[in-house]
Design a protein around this ligand. Structure first.
Ligand SMILES: [Zn+2]
Length: 111
């Protein structure tokens, strides 16, 4: 099993000490399980349901489309193509009648 590079200095000479990984070059120590958990994207809809790529959702409120006069009505269907980490606009969606756009997870409901 190969170990990940040091998150601090990118050194490849990382070694394992029980649950910790240790970098001999900069002295950084970390737990790889904790890092993996933080990196997992954890995005929830308006009801607190976890969303995944490929999920079908409907809009939970009317949304104005930035830079246009288009308003997406509540109940409009969308397909989640990709989920990104962030405070808003986490969902890369294909929205019925509007095409691809970024939508905030709290404004949709899982269908
Ligand atoms: Zn290091």
């Amino acid at each position: 099993m190969s170990l990940p590079p040091c998150p601090s200095c990118q050194s490849e000479y990382v070694y394992e000490d029980q649950t910790q990984l240790i970098c001999p070059e900069c002295g950084y120590e970390w737990n790889p399980a904790e890092v993996a958990e933080e990196e997992a994207v954890n995005v929830k809809d308006a009801n607190g349901t976890l969303l995944a790529e490929g999920d079908r959702v409907t809009l939970a409120k009317d949304l104005k489309v930035k830079g246009s006069s288009l308003v997406l009505k509540i109940g409009t269907k969308a397909l989640i193509r990709r989920i990104k980490d962030g405070k808003d606009h986490q969902l890369d969606c294909k929205v019925d009648g509007a095409g691809e756009m970024m939508v905030t997870a709290a404004f949709v409901k899982k269908a």
